[in-house]
Structure formats: C-alpha cells, structure tokens
Design a protein around this ligand. Structure first.
Ligand code: CP
Length: 325
C-alpha cells in the first residue's frame, strides 16, 4: 500500500492507520540514522511551522524548533502571553490566517474540555496540516516517541506487557493525554496493556472502550487494575505518571484533595524489582522527582527517559517531513 501523508493533520494517533503510523516510525529511524552519520536532510527547505503554545513546554518546544531547523525550515514560536491567540483571535481566524503564512500549524492547548476542540476548530479552517503538540485528550508525538523507544529497546512490541499507571504528584493536576494516547497506540500494536489507577482517576470511558477494541483487533489486551504493586508484577515496561482526577473533581482544590489520598503511589526500587528483570522505566517528563518516582529509579539502569525525550525529535521530524512537504 502506498502511504501518502502530505497535507494530513495529526491530532490523535487514532486518526492515522497503523500502516501510516508505522511509516512515520520507519522514517524516524531513517532520519535518526542519517543524523548520527552527519547526513543532512533538508526535506522542508523554506517551509515554516507556526507553533502555538497556550501552556508551557520544554521538550516539545525544543524538539519541534530544532527539528524544523534540521529539516531546513523554520519554526515560529507564538505563545499566549505575548500574542492575541488567547483572546480575540478565534480558532477559525487562526486556521485561516496562520494557514496562509505557514506550511504547518502546531498547537499545545491542554485546558480540560477546551484543547481538543480548539485544535479541531483550527484544523477545520486551515489549508495546511495541523499537528497536536498536546491537548487535553491526546499527545500523539509523545506516544509515538514512546512506541519508537519501546521498539528500539525491546524489538517487536506484540505480546509485551506495558503498565500505564497513575502516580502521585504534588506540582499540578497534569493532563491525561499521554496515558490515553499511549493506551490507544499500544493496544493497536498488539501490546498487553495494564491500565492502573485509583478509582477516581478513570480515563475518558469512550477512549478506553476504543483501546479495548484496538486490543481485540490486534491480538493484544487491555486490563484495568487499581492495585499499583500488582501492576508492576512481571511487566516489561513501566510507564507511571500522574494525571488529575479530571472526570470527577469540580475544581483544582477538590482535585488536589483527591490526589493527596494516594501519596504512596510512587515508583521506587522495591516496586521496580517486581517487574521483569529487564523492564524499562518510562516517563514523558517533567517528573516530580522523589514524589512520582525516586531518583534511584529515574536515574537507574531501567530508566530510558532520556532516549524517550530524544526520540521526540526524530518522530516529529518524520511526521513534519511526511505531512508538510
Ligand atoms: N513531555 C513533554 O511534552 O514535555 P514538555 O511539557 O516539556 O514539552
């Protein structure tokens, strides 16, 4: 099958077929090899990506900006505090106007109940591809980098156990977009996914149902659990991060109170020892160190968090090269 992704949006991994996602992963591997060999790949010379940020970022901003430069183009940083994007400019105007200035529009908008709708509204008005740099529901570039990392470290992901778990954090009510999108993606690629969380931290039910259907089609599985230790037992990949109780808390104060009931949900050496001896520890970062995960684990031999962060660069370059040509 010929895969032509020119002009396509990427808002959630479920938008693309498995073959299209596999193509992106293969191109990412090629670009990663070429960069290691010092082979330039100016596939997007003179192309410009507008990057709209309604929320802060380190990895996403840095990797998209470096990625566009490495592809011979330019990335334009537009953030909500110093521009009109958070007030006055409607999503339709953003899609129409920035679509005329640029060859792609990338957006981070994580506000619960708003971000995904905003990105879809921009996409509906845009003549150029719209790329989701994280919304309230999906974080496609993070989870593509996660799957790429799992394939690099463990080979064929089919039949491997991936524990996607909630963890306690005190910093803020983090979005649930990475665990949702990773659960959707890993079940499509035949992994046995354990989704582990306290009862108040359910993910969006329709998307969990979609992941169950993905697993049925791929020969993988999806198991819902509420016992943190049990989630580690014999697992090949531990992906434990915090998210807010966004489906049940009416405000931040209630979310903080509910979150505070589970301060013992920390990934530590004792828990990692329950996993497979060669298990990977993954986290999209930033992590609340010694609250979500101990230094011993995140800096230890199981951790692949820096390779995971690096792979953001390679998968994003692949998707930009495929969609913005
Ligand atoms: N993982 C991730 O998206 O990191 P940033 O929030 O720093 O972009």
């Amino acid at each position: 099958m010929q895969t032509n992704l020119r002009g396509r949006d990427l808002i959630g991994t479920q938008d693309w077929s498995k073959e299209e996602l596999q193509t992106a992963l293969e191109v990412a591997a090629q670009l990663k090899r070429e960069r290691a060999l010092g082979i330039p790949h100016p596939l997007l010379r003179d192309r410009v990506l507008a990057m709209l940020f309604f929320f802060s970022s380190t990895r996403t901003r840095g990797s998209f900006e470096s990625g566009m430069a490495q592809l011979g183009g330019h990335a334009e940083f537009i953030e909500s505090r110093t521009t009109q994007i958070a007030h006055g400019d409607t999503p339709k105007e953003i899609g129409e106007i920035l679509g005329r200035y640029n060859d792609g529009i990338a957006i981070r908008h994580v506000t619960w109940g708003e971000g995904n709708k905003y990105i879809n509204d921009v996409a509906a008005a845009s003549r150029v591809p719209v790329l989701n740099m994280q919304c309230d529901l999906f974080h496609p570039f993070q989870v593509l980098a996660d799957l790429f990392t799992i394939q690099e470290k463990l080979g064929d992901p089919r039949g491997k156990t991936l524990t996607v778990s909630w963890a306690y954090a005190s910093s803020y009510q983090k979005p649930m977009s990475a665990p949702i999108d990773l659960t959707l993606l890993a079940t499509r690629f035949g992994m046995n996914v354990r989704l582990v969380h306290p009862p108040e931290f359910k993910l969006v039910p329709e998307l969990v149902d979609q992941a169950r259907e993905n697993a049925r089609r791929s020969g993988g599985s999806l198991e819902l659990m509420d016992d943190f230790d049990a989630g580690f037992k014999g697992s090949d990949v531990i992906y434990a991060k915090s998210w807010g109780p966004l489906l049940v808390a009416k405000d931040d104060a209630e979310g903080t109170e509910i979150t505070g009931r589970y301060k013992d949900w920390i990934t530590n050496g004792r828990r990692m020892a329950l996993a497979s001896p060669d298990a990977l520890f993954m986290h999209p970062l930033p992590a609340d160190r010694n609250i979500e995960v101990t230094d011993e684990v995140i800096d230890g031999p199981h951790s692949v968090v820096y390779d995971e962060a690096e792979n953001r660069l390679h998968v994003q370059k692949a998707v930009m090269a495929l969609t913005m040509r």
